[in-house]
Design a binder for this molecule. Structure first.
Ligand SMILES: NC(=O)c1ccc[n+]([C@@H]2O[C@H](COP(=O)([O-])OP(=O)(O)OC[C@H]3O[C@@H](n4cnc5c(N)ncnc54)[C@H](O)[C@@H]3O)[C@@H](O)[C@H]2O)c1
Length: 339
């Protein structure tokens, strides 16, 4: 087992335990009372994991990542007679993790919490960094909080039970890390494609540990998301609006967003044709459909995006593989550059 730690300005330290025993969260909660937030899929895939625990099962679909689910959870926490000395532990994908962190932040003015991410996307990305929240109408992650868990238990074996679509969705975020600067992930994706697609355990352990380290490193430098952390949004600006308008999984939409960001980087002359082609090849080698269309609906969603500052959107482009830069673009410019 590997252990990593990070601290932020407002919070105490978060400890990340990489590849411990699947039940390690019980040990970490110690003598404290705790309630688990999880989903039916986790209960089915790992029946023993939740046995005997106070558990709140939520419907972890994007359309239910909303305030009404938060209310339901709060009602259940009251039924369990949870007080501020207890822990809330989220065991699930990005939706469960985002919701758990937000509930813990607001319930009784703040509870301590822990996360056990169970999708590739949550292990490699969503569980780390303290961004929590829910959607509001069409606005993704509009209501939320910054609050880091006391612990994250990152067991890469959870990935084995994911559907192919969910696995490849998580791989979209992993590819993001390769392109914004993690050379070890890039080499693994390039040289060990078969092992990656076959979910080889040791290959996944390397990829997930590397993604976690990269995210921790960036979050440590910018816990409040006001500077360098913005590069983690590579592929996400257009990705989010595709996710919302087309209802496809987050990481699959991010891959389309990455392709759009590559097109924009190429057309603005900051990325070479050769590097653009090699990135597109990497995406297609992993069998992604990288096509995208930015019509009226998508551009409207883009205009509502919370990353819009005045008339400009802070957009992450690539000057080269591993060299992200931030550029302010108008909606019209984005539309023109993706035609
Ligand atoms: N907070 C952040 O920094 C951050 C970053 C990226 C994404 N996100 C959010 O994460 C969410 C997407 O997360 P996701 O991709 O993990 O999807 P998800 O949480 O929707 O989970 C996908 C599906 O997989 C199931 N599942 C989870 N673990 C499983 C397992 N081990 N075996 C079998 N099935 C399992 C779930 O029940 C669900 O049906 C989005 O809402 C996105 O906004 C947050």
């Amino acid at each position: 087992m590997q252990t990593l730690e990070y601290s932020t300005i407002r919070n105490s330290t978060t400890s990340i335990f990489i590849n411990p025993d699947i039940n390690y969260f019980r040990k970490l909660a110690g003598d404290k009372k705790f309630v688990v937030i999880s989903s039916e899929n986790i209960r089915k895939a790992y029946p023993e994991l939740l046995q005997g625990l106070n558990t709140i099962i939520i419907n972890d679909v994007e359309s239910q990542k909303n305030l009404s689910t938060i209310e339901t959870i709060i009602e259940k926490l009251l039924e369990f007679e949870i007080d501020r000395s207890a822990y809330i532990i989220g065991i699930g994908g990005g939706i469960v993790c985002d919701i758990t962190g937000f509930v813990a932040h607001i319930f009784m003015r703040g509870m301590r919490f822990g996360l056990v991410p169970t999708t590739l996307l949550a292990l490699a990305d969503a569980a780390i960094g303290g961004k929590n929240g829910v959607n509001f109408g069409c606005n993704k992650n509009m209501i939320g909080s910054f609050d880091n868990p006391d612990f994250i238990v990152a067991d890469s074996d959870f990935v084995q039970t994911l559907s192919e679509e969910q696995y490849m969705s998580g791989m979209g975020e992993v590819i993001k890390y390769a392109l914004i600067g993690n050379d070890k992930i890039l080499k693994t994706l390039t040289n060990d494609k078969k092992k990656v697609l076959a979910r080889d355990r040791s290959t996944l352990q390397i990829i997930i540990a590397e993604a976690i380290k990269t995210k921790v490193n960036i979050v440590k430098q910018d816990p409040d998301d006001k500077g360098i952390r913005h590069i983690l949004n590579f592929g996400h600006t257009i990705g989010h609006c595709i996710e919302l308008t087309e209802g496809i999984p987050h990481g699959i939409a991010v891959v389309k967003g990455i392709n759009a960001a590559i097109d924009i980087s190429l057309k603005t002359g900051i990325l070479s044709e050769k590097e653009a082609q090699s990135i597109k090849q990497l995406l297609t080698v992993f069998r992604y459909d990288i096509s995208y269309h930015l019509g009226k609906k998508q551009l409207e969603a883009l205009a509502n995006d919370k990353k819009k500052e005045n008339t400009h959107i802070r957009f992450v482009l690539l000057e080269g593989i591993g060299k992200p830069i931030i550029k302010d673009l108008t909606i019209d410019e984005i539309a023109g550059l993706t035609e």
